[in-house]
Design a binder for this molecule. Structure first.
Ligand code: ATP
Length: 248
């Protein structure tokens, strides 16, 4: 990996506990600029917990953590401008329209009105959100809400993009658009950490894949050869056998 001073993320031996529950144990992660890392793994494995930790929304119980050179808990507004987050719960406002969310985001991140407006138009077109631009978030479909939250995370071109399930709920063409813009952002030097169950998209985006299982990184790989990531995953985490279910 690149010079450690330049790494956007450096986690060493990080743990997160919720009471007795060990949500994350002895977790290491290094992410340089211009690279994408994907967190995969079963439901409840700890993927969203890692993203929240890096965004400063959770506190580590043990270990050390630097995101863009600072411990997120101690970082201020300037640090936040270099981070983009698509959170699990999307965090939209029901009474703002799609376009108003992007205006708000531009203002919060210190973009000029012109820059916000230009980037907004490009993102609305790319994500096929143009027709719904004046619809309140409360009246948007789930996919439209997800794409709005994604556009908000990207609008200020952060150094580090943290994406919780960016492909979930999106139609196939929108998934392609999201992948294309992420690959472009990566080649421009953005670091991307994504959690996803959509392994065929993960394969095209990620330079490193980390499998989390019950809070622990149990496998890491750059590429998977035989059979692809889906088959590899199912070799590592077998699906439960089908019970008799005489009632079905
Ligand atoms: P999914 O694929 O279903 O989104 P995930 O890998 O993102 O799952 P997390 O949301 O990180 O999983 O949750 C990891 C574990 O931490 C789970 O057991 C979850 O119930 C627990 N957990 C998460 N947030 C809290 C919280 N605020 N309080 C207590 N437990 C929590």
């Amino acid at each position: 990996m690149a010079n450690s001073l330049a790494n956007l993320v450096e986690c060493r031996g990080v743990a997160i506990r919720y009471g007795d529950l060990r949500a994350l144990e002895d977790f290491d992660l290094t992410l340089p600029p211009g690279k994408a890392c994907a967190l995969i793994g079963p439901n409840g494995a700890g993927k969203s917990t890692v993203l929240k930790l890096l965004a400063g929304l959770e506190t580590e119980s043990a270990g050390s953590l630097l995101v863009n050179g600072k411990r997120p808990q101690d970082a201020g507004q300037a640090w936040k401008r270099d981070i983009g987050l698509l959170p699990e719960n999307l965090a939209l406002f029901d009474a703002l329209t799609v376009a108003e969310h992007l205006e708000l985001s531009g203002e919060l991140y210190g973009l000029s009105r012109n820059e916000t407006s230009m980037r907004t138009e490009e993102l609305l077109t790319l994500l096929s959100l143009g027709e719904g631009r004046d619809r309140f978030a409360a009246a948007c479909s789930y996919g439209m809400r997800k794409k709005t939250a994604f556009a908000m995370a990207l609008l200020h071109a952060p150094k580090l993009l943290l994406l919780d399930e960016p492909f979930e709920g999106l139609d196939p063409a929108s998934c392609e658009s999201v992948l294309a813009v992420l690959l472009r952002a990566k080649s421009g030097g953005m670091g991307i950490l994504v959690s996803s169950h959509m392994l065929m998209h993960v394969e095209r985006l990620a330079d490193e894949v980390v499998l989390l299982d019950r809070g622990r990184a149990t496998w890491r790989g750059a590429t998977v050869t035989e059979g692809g990531l889906q088959e590899h995953y199912l070799r590592l985490i077998a699906a439960a056998p089908l019970p008799p279910m005489a009632w079905l």
